[in-house]
Design a protein around this ligand. Sequence first.
Ligand SMILES: *[C@@H]1O[C@H](CO)[C@@H](O)[C@H](O)[C@H]1NC(C)=O
Ligand SMILES: *[C@@H]1O[C@H](CO)[C@@H](O)[C@H](O)[C@H]1NC(C)=O
Ligand SMILES: *[C@@H]1O[C@H](CO)[C@@H](O)[C@H](O)[C@H]1NC(C)=O
Length: 523
Amino acid sequence: MNFRKYFSIFFVLLLTASYSNGARILAAFVFPGKSHTMMYNAIIKELLQRGHEVTLITNFPQGNLLSNYKEVQIPVYDFFKDIKEHFGAKSHFDLTKLTMTGFMKMLDIIGEKATEHALQQPNVQEIFNRTDTNDVYDLLLVSQFYQEAFLTLGLKYNVPIVTSSTLGYENFMSHMMGIIQPWSFVPHGFLPYDDRMDFVERVTNSIASLYEDLHREYIYLPKHDALVKKYLSHLPIKFPKMSEMERNVSLILLNSHAPITTPRPTITGMVPVGGLHIYPPKPLPADIKKFLDDATDGAIYFSLGTNIKSADMPPEKMKLFLEVFSTMKQRILWKFEADKVPKLPKNVMVQKWMPQNDILAHPNVKVFITHGGLFGSQEGVYHGVPMLGMPFFCDQYLNLKKATKAGYAISLSFPDITKEGLNHSLTELLENPFYRENMKRISEIFRDRPMNARDTAMYWIEYIIRHKGAPHIRSAGLDLSWYQFYLLDVMAFGVLVVSSIIGVVYILIRSLVRRKKIKVKKN
Ligand SMILES: *[C@@H]1O[C@H](CO)[C@@H](O)[C@H](O)[C@H]1NC(C)=O
Ligand SMILES: *[C@@H]1O[C@H](CO)[C@@H](O)[C@H](O)[C@H]1NC(C)=O
Ligand SMILES: *[C@@H]1O[C@H](CO)[C@@H](O)[C@H](O)[C@H]1NC(C)=O
């Protein structure tokens, strides 16, 4: 009896011990965009809280987290330097002038440079140089954003790979995951379209998506092959081409979710976890709290995100905003990266940093003026605050197109903004219940899920670890050649069969007709 009791206690202890040990995860997030931290920090923190060990390669130190956390810090790479050098942009405000292909080229350049910068760091090289790689990690977690060379760590440590995509769904992912996302109704993320495109839009969308696919395959990914050759050729591993390695990613976590992403074909290994950076609101700093509590006519929150600095705004635009704000009875809370703003109206408060999520959760905040970035848009939707959008680059046009079409935002072109346009749009958003009601409905749909975003991400990461990369969810389409994948061989066969039948019938008829003619002649 006693023996049994001790045995069962021992067994329970053994179980809990092996569970609480958790998995060992190597995470590489070397792209130096500050906004990207919003997504991966949420994932890393949650993994740590669940008892997993995480080693994170990052530009941005997390401070003292738990004892199961190790950090490999790399100096922040200043990518704006490259933008200045290659595109002559003085601030992010100049990026509205870039074409879509120009923007892709820019991402190529900063992605390649930032990846190389990371590969040059001694503490990163140590991870690559390590020789005892057997059973060190259980999973590689990497960013799905312009740092492909780091997929090599998966082969180095012989572990499955999960990536996380800050921009959410992107059309090139069909190639990685072995599916088809028709360009007839799946818009490219950098175009201002939604899923209902007219003929010209479908032509543009197809050209853009095809251009990106070819560009990745023949220009962009070979740059990462070259980086691997330059920095990792001393390793006793023969790394396949990058385009082959990225087809070995087990799962992509996507910063997307219905209804703020258009419906599209997908596969088990693509998991939408949009909004996982949103936490229950924390108490506001006293000055902001008072400012908002006392805003009896409502308040407007204004932020252009982490990249675009309001302080860099051209002076004439700045004047325009302040003039319109000064005539309003609402209070305006503006994320503005300077200590003082001259001639600041009494109803406007500026601060360099603002707890955005907690502010948007305040019931007096009625309108959110935003650049339409994905994280901010999700927070606005989550808290049900109608938006005034001014898109600048990247997916901001698409996000705001979706928002205006769904009736919870008004979008203005920043370069062409006028006093009347701004005043009219703000008044509409504040006074016309149309926007508030649509936003309320969209917000309810966004929150309605079987499991919240962070739990979903954890479930799938742990699933991939438990099932050693889960090869059973991988599309067999990845192992077909392109003409087999698109059924071109089958279609060619079909054309051959049909044309053979037509040919045979033609010959038969011709010979019948001839015989008849001969008969007629004979008669
Ligand atoms: C890694 O190994 C390579 C080749 O032996 C060497 O050049 C490099 O200095 C090593 N890096 C570190 C940090 O040990
Ligand atoms: C794919 O990943 C598995 C481990 O999950 C590894 O054994 C295999 O070599 C990888 N193949 C390529 C082409 O990266
Ligand atoms: C904005 O519109 C309101 C009326 O809707 C008007 O009272 C106010 O003067 C206008 N402000 C500007 C700057 O045009």
